[in-house]
Design a protein around this ligand. Structure first.
Ligand code: EPU
Length: 338
């Protein structure tokens, strides 16, 4: 096992933050993972996978374990559906493309989301009307304390909007090693209701879309709005869209009748944080190498040499201004490593 010292994590986080790992090891198999967890010489351990949902604000004084488990297999199938098991280190979008090549439906709306399979359940990734929980069956995870492999079914993951047990009571206790998803082989359930998808299909004169058409539409929309982390460091939406109660909603609409919103089940109203941030004057603004994306204010970007602390400072400035102007608290979606 090759444990390296003082390794830059710049290429291991999509923000492109140049923080370093005191120790670093690549992990390609479960037995190796168990062995590394047992290493007493490195009491502090830190897991990194696709690095797509984290902001590193300092160097990591621990053994950073880079999870690289690979493989996609079919667990079971019948006439209509197939259960697929994907290992944690598989790139998410490559899994989506693989499923489309097989003619399997369910992942098309989740095309082009950065990151790896293993991190998808942590924040219940979602886009364009679909969330991971809609196709999720279970995931396997290794208990960091005991090295034991445990299985979490959908209920025990406690999925919510950009939320799961792995962000709450199970935080820091497990390493997700694989994820099982149920996909359709025919009679695909198409989710085209999201305005931007409808618009994209219409533009291309597609009346009866295939799962591939939907994926292509989502890819086109994402490319037009969201920066490619390979070109401009970012972590997708930096904030969650806040959900506010009736009273706060009435106040907002009175002052801003044009404000976009979605009603959510538990009697609240979800307000796009991107809109709040744009109204607060931050869209496209740059402070040194930290900035707010010009096409989607929800996305903070690193123009090159921003530190995690600079991105964090900008996020605090934005939160304060949004609170001051609208009385609404917005919270980060990204996992901030302090
Ligand atoms: N808006 C603005 N200005 C902006 C951005 C958005 O006014 O700069 C307003 C627009 O009115 C727009 C509305 O906000 O109609 C919603 O914008 P968009 O459709 O881009 O979606 P979002 O709510 O900003 C969420 C997810 C995205 C996901 C899209 C599409 C969160 C935190 N973000 O963004 O997820 O791709 O919906 O489903 O829920 C991610 O999590 O990293 C991510 C990119």
């Amino acid at each position: 096992m090759n444990i390296q010292e003082n390794i830059s994590l710049k290429n291991h986080n999509t923000f492109g933050i140049d923080a370093s790992a005191r120790f670093f090891v690549e992990i390609t198999g479960l037995v190796q993972l168990q062995k590394v967890l047992e290493l007493k010489a490195y009491p502090k351990k830190f897991i990194i996978s696709g690095g797509s949902n984290m902001l590193l604000t300092k160097d990591i004084d621990a053994l950073v374990m880079h999870i690289k488990f690979k493989g996609i297999t079919i667990v079971e199938e019948d006439e209509e559906t197939v259960e697929v098991k994907a290992m944690a280190g598989e790139n998410w979008h490559e899994l989506v493309l693989w499923s489309l090549d097989q003619g399997y439906g369910g992942l098309e709306n989740l095309s082009l989301i950065p990151g790896n399979v293993g991190t998808a359940p942590i924040q219940n990734i979602g886009a364009y009307g679909v969330e991971l929980k809609d196709i999720f069956v279970s995931c396997a995870a290794m208990d960091i304390e005991t090295g034991e492999l445990v299985s979490f079914d959908k209920d025990s993951c406690k999925f919510g909007y950009r939320d799961s047990i792995f962000k709450n009571e199970a935080k820091g206790k497990y390493i997700i090693t694989s994820v099982n998803l149920r996909l359709t082989k025919k009679n695909h359930i198409l989710h085209t209701g999201y305005g931007a998808i409808e618009g994209e299909l219409k533009k291309n004169e597609i009346v009866y879309p295939t799962i591939r058409d939907i994926s292509d539409a989502v890819i086109a929309i994402r490319k037009s709005k969201l920066p490619d982390p390979k070109e401009l460091g970012n972590s997708g939406s930096f904030f969650k869209n806040p959900v506010i109660g009736q009273k706060a909603f009435n106040k907002l609409i009175k002052a801003h009748p044009e404000a976009p919103f979605y009603e959510v089940e538990d009697d609240g109203f979800k307000i796009p944080a991107g809109w709040l941030i744009e109204q607060a004057g931050f869209k496209g603004k740059r402070f040194g190498d930290a900035g707010v994306h010009k096409n989607q204010a929800l996305v903070l970007v690193n123009y090159g040499t921003a530190t995690g602390q600079e991105i964090l400072d900008l996020s605090i400035k934005i939160r304060e201004e949004v609170k001051k102007r609208f009385g609404i608290k917005i919270k980060p979606e990204v996992n901030i490593i302090k």
